[in-house]
Design a binder for this molecule. Structure first.
Ligand code: NAP
Ligand code: MG
Length: 498
C-alpha cells in the first residue's frame, strides 16, 4: 500500500465554508457567499459569507455591548490574552503560513515571517499597554492628571498583501488599549484572518473581536458609515483611503490611514560592498512579489558607480527563481489575482511604450501545475523619475532605475512623488546618511538595509501615504482619548461672589 501526501488544502485544514465572527459565534444572517481561489492554481479553496449591512449591524452591536466590560478589564488581563494569542499563532504558524500561501500566492517562507511578525505585534502591544502612561503635574494644593481612556468600537479595514501583519497592526493596539473591534479583511485574503478568529474566539470574551469578511463597497462601506463606530483605521490604497477619510469627516470620528507608496532607494558612490546593495535593491522591490506598500520601486544609482552596479543588478534579477508558492527554492511567486497580474503586465507595457529600457524580466511565465497564476519575472527598467512607471504605484515586481549625478536634483526627484511612506539609502558616510535622511519626505528611512522594521519604531506615511503611526507605543494614543482631571485637596476658598 502506498501512502500519499495530502493535498495542500487538506494539510492546511481549511473549512469548506467560513462565516463571520460576531459576538463570539461564527454565524451570519447572510446567505450570499464569495469564493476564495488559489491564485496560482485556480483551485477553489472555500466559500466565505459575503458580509452585508446586516452582518455589520450585528457585529457593531456585539462590539458595543462588549465594550464596557472590556474597557473595565484590568490591562494586565487584556495583555495576558494578547500574549496567549501570540503563543497560539507561534504554535500554529506552519498551518497559518500555508493558508496564506494558498490564498494569496506568496511563498511560504515569506508568509511564515508574516505570522511571526504578527505574533511579535501582539506581544509588543501587550507590553506597551501596561506602561502606557497618561500625564500628571503637581499643582498648588492638588494635582492635575490626564487619563487615557479607550475610544469604543473601532472599525478596521485591511488589504490583502500581508494579511497576518495587517490584522495584527490593527487589532493589537486597539485591543490592548481597551477598545472592541470590528475588522473587515480583504476579499482576496480572508482565510487566515478567519482562522485566526477561531483562536481569538477561544481566548477573548465574546464581542471583543468581530471579523466580517466581504466586499469593500458593501461590508466596508457599511462599517465606515455606522453611527456606533467611534474610530476608523484603514490600510489600503490612497483612493479608498480618501473615501474612508470622508466617512470619518461625515461623522466626526478620528481616522488613521496607511496608504500607498513609491519609495526611493538611493545608492551613493562611496559604497564598497556592491553585491550587498544589489541584493538589497532586488529584495526591496521583489519581496512580497512586489506587492508591498513599502517596496523600494525607484532606485537612484549614482553616475560614478552606475557601470559597475548595473551589470550586477541585471545578473541578480536574472538569478531570481520564479516558481510555486509552495516550492522552498522560490524567490518570487504569483500575483494575488488575474486582475492584479494583468495590471502589472499593463504597466510593464506602458514602460516599454514610454521608451524605458527593459534590462531584465518583465514577462509572464508558466509554472508547471500553476498555469492559472500570473507569475511575472521581476522587471528591471532604466528610466526617468518622470516616467509613469516611476510615478504610479504598480504593486508588482517592477523597478525603475534612475541615474543621478547632482545631489540636490536627486533629492528633489526622490521627493518628487505624491507618496512618502519609506526610503532607503546606502553610504559609508554617516554625516551624509543623516543629512539625506533629514531631507527625505518619508515616514521611515532605512540606512544600509532596506525594510529594516524594528518593533517599537513608528511606521506611517507622509503626503498621500496617509497619517498616523502604527507599530510603536504612540499607536496607543490613536486608540485612546486623553481625559483631563484636576483635583484639589479641599474646595477653593470663596473668591468670586462679592
Ligand atoms: P484597496 O482597494 O484600497 O482595498 C483595501 C481594503 O479596503 C479592502 O479590504 C477593500 O475591500 C476595502 N475597500 C474597498 N473599497 C471600499 C469602500 N468603498 N469602503 C470601505 N472599504 C473599502 O487596496 P488593495 O488594492 O486591496 O491593496 C493595495 C493597496 O494597499 C496599495 O495601495 C498599498 O500600497 C496599500 N497598502 C498600504 C500599506 C501601508 O501600511 N501603508 C500596507 C499594505 C498595503 P475589498 O475586499 O473589496 O477589496
Ligand atoms: Mg481588494
Amino acid at each position: 500500500m502506498t501512502t500519499q501526501t495530502p493535498a495542500p488544502a487538506a494539510q492546511a485544514g481549511l473549512s469548506e465554508r467560513y462565516q463571520p465572527l460576531i459576538g463570539g459565534r461564527f454565524a451570519s444572517p447572510t446567505t450570499e457567499t464569495f469564493a476564495a481561489i488559489n491564485p496560482a492554481t485556480g483551485a477553489h479553496l472555500a466559500d466565505i459569507t459575503r458580509g452585508s449591512q446586516a452582518d455589520i449591524t450585528d457585529a457593531v452591536a456585539a462590539a458595543k455591548s462588549a465594550f464596557p466590560g472590556w474597557a473595565a478589564t484590568p490591562v494586565e488581563q487584556r495583555s495576558a490574552m494578547l500574549v496567549e494569542l501570540a503563543r497560539v499563532i507561534d504554535a500554529n504558524i506552519d498551518r497559518l503560513a500555508l493558508i496564506d500561501a494558498l490564498d494569496i500566492g506568496r511563498r511560504v517562507s515569506e508568509t511564515t515571517i508574516d505570522h511571526a511578525r504578527a505574533a511579535d505585534q501582539y506581544r509588543f502591544f501587550a507590553a506597551a499597554a501596561v506602561t502606557h502612561a497618561g500625564w500628571n503635574r503637581s499643582i498648588a494644593g492638588g494635582i492635575a492628571i490626564a487619563k487615557r481612556e479607550p475610544i469604543g468600537v473601532v472599525g478596521q479595514i485591511i488589504p490583502w498583501n500581508v494579511p497576518a501583519i495587517m490584522a495584527a497592526f490593527k487589532m493589537a493596539p486597539a485591543l490592548a488599549a481597551g477598545n472592541t473591534v470590528v475588522l473587515k479583511p480583504d476579499e482576496n485574503a480572508s482565510l487566515s484572518t478567519l482562522e485566526l478568529g477561531k483562536y481569538i474566539s477561544e481566548i477573548f470574551p465574546p464581542g471583543v473581536v468581530n471579523i466580517v469578511p466581504g466586499l469593500g463597497e458593501e461590508a466596508g462601506a457599511a462599517l465606515t458609515a455606522h453611527p456606533d463606530v467611534q474610530k476608523l483605521a484603514f490600510t489600503g490604497s490612497t483612493e479608498v483611503g480618501r473615501l474612508i477619510a470622508h466617512a470619518g469627516a461625515d461623522r466626526l470620528v478620528p481616522v488613521s490611514l496607511e496608504l500607498g507608496g513609491k519609495s526611493p532607494n538611493i545608492v551613493f558612490p562611496d559604497v564598497t560592498d556592491v553585491d550587498a546593495i544589489v541584493d538589497n535593491a532586488a529584495f526591496a522591490v521583489a519581496h512580497c512579489n512586489g506587492q508591498s506598500c513599502l517596496a523600494g520601486t525607484r532606485l537612484f544609482v549614482h553616475d560614478d558607480i552606475y557601470d559597475t552596479f548595473m551589470p550586477k543588478l541585471v545578473a541578480g534579477f536574472e538569478r531570481i527563481v520564479v516558481g510555486s508558492p509552495l516550492d522552498p527554492t522560490t524567490v518570487v511567486s504569483c500575483l494575488v489575482s488575474s486582475e492584479q497580474g494583468e495590471r502589472v503586465l499593463d504597466y510593464i507595457d506602458i514602460g516599454k511604450k514610454e521608451g524605458a529600457d527593459l534590462l531584465a524580466g518583465g514577462d509572464r511565465i508558466d509554472v508547471p501545475g500553476n498555469e492559472f497564476g500570473h507569475f511575472v519575472r521581476p522587471a528591471l527598467f532604466a528610466t526617468e523619475n518622470s516616467a509613469r512607471i516611476a510615478q504610479e504605484e504598480i504593486f508588482g515586481p517592477v523597478l525603475s532605475v534612475i541615474r543621478w549625478n547632482d545631489y540636490d536634483t536627486m533629492i528633489a526627484e526622490a521627493n518628487g512623488i505624491r507618496y512618502g511612506l519609506a526610503a532607503g539609502l546606502y553610504t559609508n558616510d554617516i554625516a551624509n546618511a543623516m543629512k539625506t535622511a533629514d531631507a527625505l519626505e518619508a515616514g521611515s528611512v532605512w540606512i544600509n538595509g532596506y525594510f529594516n522594521m524594528i518593533d517599537g519604531s513608528p511606521f506611517g506615511g507622509y503626503k498621500d501615504s496617509g497619517f498616523g503611526s502604527e507599530y510603536c507605543a504612540e499607536t496607543l494614543n490613536m486608540y485612546t482619548h486623553l481625559k483631563s482631571v484636576t483635583l484639589l485637596n479641599e474646595p477653593v476658598a470663596p473668591f468670586f461672589l462679592p
